[in-house]
Structures are given as C-alpha cells and as structure tokens.
Design a protein around this ligand. Structure first.
Ligand code: PLP
Length: 425
C-alpha cells in the first residue's frame, strides 16, 4: 500500500517538502546536543545501586562459605555469586562461572578459545580455513564485531516476530560444518525487543549441528529487564536441550551491567557439565582468579532472584515512561502516514524502527546535522550493511524525559522529510 507521501500529487508533495525543510531549518537553529545512541541506563537508574557501595567496608568478613575473597582462589566465582547468577539464569550454580564485569568479554573469551584452542577436542578455528557465524539481524552490533574481528564470516539470518528464521538456521547449522556458532539475544532482543517463542527455543535445542564444535551463544542480557505489563516468558534452553536428547550445545551469558552498574557489574556464563569444565580450563589460562569484591558486594546487596526482581521494579519505574514516550511521539507523529513501523517491547533497552527502503542512513545523518546522535545506520547488521538501509535502533533510556521528547520530535520531522523526499525521487 502506498504511504501518505506516495499518494500525494507532485504539487502537494513539493509543498510538504518545503514545509518540512522550514521545520528542519528551525530545529537546526536550536543547536541541540542530544544522544539516543547507546543502550545505557540513565544516571537516575545507576543511582539506584549506590547503596551497594556501602555493603562492604573494612569490617566486612572477606570470606564466602569456604571461599576467600581477599586473595587468589575460587576462579569459578564466589559460591554466593554463582548462586545468584544461577537464579538469574535459572540454572544450577555448578554449571555457572562468574567472572569479570562484562558478559561481552566472556563471549569474546570463548570465541577466542574456539579460535586458538578449539572446542571439545576439535581443531582450532584458525586451522580450519573459513568458518562462519550466524547473525540474526537486526541484532547487537558488538556481537557481530567479536566474530568479525577474528576473521570469522558473519552470515545474516532474517529475524521474525518470534525469533530467528529457524528454517534457515536449521539448514545452515545442520548442512554446513563450517558454521560454528550463532549469536542470540533470546529475551527482549537487542534491538527488536522480541522474546523467542517456545517453538523457536525448541528448534534451537533440537539442532543436530554438522560441526561438533558448533555452539549457540545464548546472550540472556535482558532476562530480568521487564518494564511494562507482563513479563515475557522464555523457555529454559538447557531443559529444552535435555528434552531433545542433546547435550553440549549452548553457552548462556548474563550480567548485572544493567541491574547495578554497567562496566562494574558481575558477568557470568552457564553451560553443560562438559562445556563448563572446558570453559573453566580455558579461563584458567587467562586469569588466576577473578575480581571477587564486586561479586561479594552483589551477593550481599541483591541476595537472590527476589532481591533482583525488586531492584528491577525500581528500574522499570524509571524506564517505562521513556518507552511510553517513544510510542506516543512516534504514534502521534508518524502513525497515520504509513511510512514506518516500530517495535513496542515489554522489556530490554531498545525500540527497533523500520523506515522506508533507503532511508536509515539519510535519517541518521540528518539527525546528526540537527544535533541528535543515533546509533549509526546499518550497525544492527553484520559488517554494518543493512540490505534495505531501513533499520534504526532507538535507545531511549539514557536521556532525561525532556531531552528524549525533544529528540523524538526531531526524529519525527527527520523521518517525514526523508520519507517525503524518497517518495519524490
Ligand atoms: N549483550 C547485549 C545483548 C547487550 O545489549 C549488551 C549491552 O548493551 C551487552 C551484552 C553488554 O553486556 P556487558 O556489559 O555485560 O558486557
């Protein structure tokens, strides 16, 4: 169906473009400096976790069960931190390693391990010639960079409403032994906000990979990050793997980056008995043991899943109005034009926006010109190449509500002008 601009007469469209250009000129004169680029919590959100800084002082016993906190040891993470991470991911703590402050870092470590040493006794990637990685797109740009940086060939996979297109995933994973992994954000995905359906999770769990060293990188970064209405339910991947008669197929990741402090949270990985034992061996080459003061502070402060959920409700109270503002501004500004669609997630950090074909780069450039920074167009695709040049990731959490409102007003005008010009070309 033609959009509102495509349905206009040439004269009306020229008139509309002129009118929008005048609006753009006014906005340029305001010399705005706003940022909707990265998924970061706002200062109000990080302030929620400041009391965690008070749970440790010089009188705190630096032990955790049998584990010593103020010296080397317990490389798999403190027992209380593994318990907490196990509850967050819904896995047995014995299958969890808590290490460092960045889950992306752990993902990188494991791809590097596969590259340098090989997984489950297979040849290291560097000796296998070309290897491939599946990248559901739009997806998380930093995932794609990890595999790209090691020369692994990133293959885009279409994203559907309920997860990656599993027909394509199955065909590639089961038919091509050079396919070694897939990036997944199964809950409140970055950037589409969708949660994988039970059918999709079961299809992942039932995969019979052609490559024995294939692993699913199940990045559950937003597992406790519901901000609106009912929390999406994600099927337990490890349970599904067991039910499918599979074993060593999944690495699951998580962190408290967006629970407590980004870059100063705790990060964790979970895997099957065999895989986690290999992960521990691989990590032991890189570190004697991980930073444990932060693990202790997190365990003392958040305590358990109930503690995490209570804390996340405070985040939700701050974040929900921002996401609601995105919906109302886009709805009011663009709803009747038929030029774009956008996601309306119940959790996570992003709204995924689809404009007309060939519009994303132009919209992002115009926004930059008007003083509003957005994630670069194309970033949500492997190698930065969005085949339709239509997807833009909106990250509404960091700006204040007032700044966000202003940025969205600018966005609406930019989308209108670019869409009108595309209709004229
Ligand atoms: N995974 C996803 C899907 C993300 O969106 C992000 C950050 O935006 C990360 C991982 C980074 O997490 P961490 O800070 O634990 O490395």
């Amino acid at each position: 169906m033609p959009n509102a601009y495509q349905s206009m007469s040439t004269e009306s469209l020229d008139e509309e473009i002129k009118h929008l250009e005048t609006e753009v000129a006014h906005l340029r004169d305001q010399h705005l400096k706003l940022d909707m680029a990265r998924g970061k919590p706002s200062p109000q959100q990080t302030a929620l976790s400041k009391p965690m800084l008070d749970v440790l002082d010089s009188s705190t016993p630096l032990v955790d069960g049998d584990a010593i906190v103020d010296n080397y040891g317990t490389p798999e993470g403190l027992p209380s931190a593994r318990r907490l991470a196990g509850q967050i991911l819904g896995v047995d703590p014995k299958n969890v390693v808590v290490s460092g402050s960045s889950s992306l870092n752990l993902m990188h470590d494991l791809v590097a391990h596969a590259f340098i040493n090989g997984v489950a006794g297979a040849e290291p990637f560097y000796r296998q010639g070309e290897v491939k990685w599946l990248c559901p797109a739009p997806g998380y740009d930093r995932h794609f960079k990890v595999t790209e940086s090691m020369g692994i060939k990133n293959v885009p996979i279409p994203m559907c409403e309920d997860g990656p297109d599993m027909d394509t995933v199955c065909e590639l994973v089961e038919g091509d032994p050079t396919v070694k992994g897939i990036w997944c954000v199964p809950k409140y995905a970055n950037p589409t906000g969708i949660t994988y359906s039970d059918e999709v999770v079961r299809a992942f769990a039932s995969l019979k990979p052609a490559a024995p060293d294939f692993r699913i990188y199940w990045d559950n970064a937003y597992v406790v990050h519901c901000f609106g209405g009912t929390d999406d339910q994600l099927l337990d991947i490890f349970q599904a793997v067991r039910e499918a008669g599979n074993r060593n197929l999944v690495y699951e990741f998580g962190s408290t980056a967006k629970v407590t402090f980004p870059s100063s949270g705790i990060a964790f990985v979970a895997a099957s008995d065999d895989d986690i034992s290999e992960v521990r061996k691989a990590f032991s080459v890189e570190r004697v043991s991980s930073e444990k003061m932060s693990q202790l502070a997190h365990a003392l402060y958040l305590r358990d899943l109930d503690g995490v959920r209570a804390h996340m409700r405070k985040h939700a109270a701050i974040v929900a109005p921002r996401f609601a503002l995105v919906q109302s501004k886009l709805g009011e500004g663009l709803g009747s034009l038929g030029v774009a669609t956008w996601s309306n997630p119940h959790g996570g950090y992003f709204v995924s926006f689809e404009g007309p074909k060939g519009s994303a780069k132009r919209i992002v450039a115009l926004m930059a010109d008007l003083g509003v920074k957005l994630t670069p167009a194309g970033a949500t695709w492997p190698y930065g190449k969005d085949p339709n040049d239509s997807n833009i990731r909106i990250a509404p959490t960091y700006p204040s509500l007032e700044d966000l409102g202003q940025a969205l007003d600018v966005f609406v005008v930019a989308v209108k002008l670019v869409s009108a010009k595309i209709a004229r070309e």
